[in-house]
Design a protein around this ligand. Structure first.
Ligand code: PHE
Length: 412
């Protein structure tokens, strides 16, 4: 039986038939890693905030939002997969954990902010591996221009400033057209104005990337950036940005010209805006060479003491304890079982001691039509070597929890 309430950030909330937040997720609320000045996430946040002069920096907004704020206000269709219980955390039908910082666009625009950055923890149900974690941090940024002579002058001046800075810099940019038939201007917009705003957005982000990725170490290699056409329900045209770093293209952000319906809903008249959303862990993992996303949550001094405010330094791994893997196979109940539901029970039972969960086998019995799945769970502690007995004990706990919770039939 599910408890009738859950306690989050010191308040009680009623549960209902959609409640799927687990206690290991609930514990993450209020940790506020992005607000710690000597934590890699806080350091990256600080660097970006320092780069965007004159922007209001917001970082203390509750992660509890209505689905209307997270999805409807931004034009997400009714059947968008992000809304599914398998992808997002719900407290109840009326309240969820934000899945992105865009959930705060309308209220921030409505509060009158015209140049702002908003950093926050966001929550998505996802697979378990070294770069995915159900809680991560994003920064949303937006800039509104008045659609009049003064606003367009400001836009032109700032575009010129950024263009001349980038012209002199060691940066290689693969660009795409601001607007195209597959990445269209909004019907409410004058194509020329929309293109100017998109151009300013691109220059603003190229300049940020130059600041973050250039100038570390003695490298004379250019910073390489590539712009890619994208789609978001709440921007058009839309783009994604990738940076070439240590031999790989990394996607670091999404952005675009804000849908006019968002500004209308926010009571911002006669204006046009751009917005971007970037992943702080993604940036921090590369800039600090942090190999595993779980490390951000470490309370170990050997991790925390390595960082200081305002400085990007190279993380030195302090432990390499061996992994201990165990397989679990079971027959699914008649109602099925989503892999994410399984992963959540693993996390909720053993926390960060589960490094990876991998589906290694699956088949359906030809006669009985029952489906069997086999998951391999890799147990590893960041802080000590797990003994075989400890790994067995963890694995037994996981097995009995999934059996209890989903009525699966364990096979091994
Ligand atoms: N919210 C988007 C995401 O999480 C990123 C984004 C922000 C895209 C703002 C466009 C504008 O993927």
């Amino acid at each position: 039986p599910r408890p009738s309430t859950v306690s989050l950030l010191g308040k009680e909330y009623a549960t209902d038939d959609v409640t799927n937040i687990t206690s290991s997720i609930a514990e993450k609320l209020g940790r506020d890693l992005h607000r710690k000045p000597a934590h890699p996430l806080g350091i990256i946040r600080g660097l970006i905030e320092a780069h965007f002069t004159g922007f209001t920096a917001i970082s203390d907004v509750s992660p509890l939002v209505t689905p209307a704020r997270n999805f409807d206000d931004l034009g997400f269709p009714e059947d968008h997969p992000g809304r599914a219980l398998s992808d997002s955390y719900y407290i109840n039908r009326g309240l969820m954990l934000r899945t992105h910082t865009s959930a705060h666009e309308v209220e921030t625009f409505r509060a009158g902010e015209r140049k702002w950055l908003l950093s926050a923890d966001v929550y998505r149900r996802d697979e378990i591996d070294a770069s995915h974690y159900p809680v991560f941090h994003q920064m949303e940024g937006a800039r509104v221009f008045s659609n009049d002579k003064t606003g367009m002058q400001e836009l032109a001046n700032d575009t010129a400033r950024l263009a001349s800075e980038l012209e002199r810099a060691n940066i290689e940019i693969e660009d795409i057209p601001h607007i195209s038939s597959t990445n269209p201007v909004q019907p409410e917009h004058d194509p020329e104005t929309s293109a100017l705003v998109a151009h300013h957005l691109k220059l603003s982000l190229n300049s940020l990337i130059l600041k973050l990725f250039g100038g570390h170490g003695a490298s004379t290699e250019p910073v390489r950036v590539r712009w890619i056409e994208a789609y978001f329900p709440f921007t058009s045209p839309s783009y994604e940005v990738e940076v070439f770093y240590r031999g790989k293209w990394l996607e670091i952000l999404g952005c675009g010209v804000v849908k006019q319906s968002t500004l209308d809903r926010s009571n911002v008249p006669d204006s046009i805006s751009w917005a971007f959303g970037l992943g702080l862990e993604r940036l921090a993992m590369f800039l600090f060479s942090i190999p595993d996303i779980r490390l951000f949550w470490s309370q170990d001094e050997r991790f925390l003491s390595q960082f200081s405010p305002g400085k990007v330094t190279t993380f030195k791994a302090y432990s390499k304890y061996p992994p201990n893997s165990r397989d679990l196979s079971f027959w699914l109940p008649g109602t099925g079982l989503h892999d994410n539901d399984f992963c959540d029970v693993v996390r909720d039972t053993v926390g960060d001691l589960a490094e990876t969960v991998e589906l290694i086998d699956q088949f359906t019995h030809p006669k009985t039509k029952r489906t069997s799945k086999c998951f391999r769970i890799n147990y590893r502690s960041m802080d000590k070597s797990l003994t075989d007995e400890e790994a067995n004990a963890l694995h037994e706990q996981v097995a009995s929890r999934v059996q209890e919770k989903f009525g699966v039939e364990i096979r091994n």
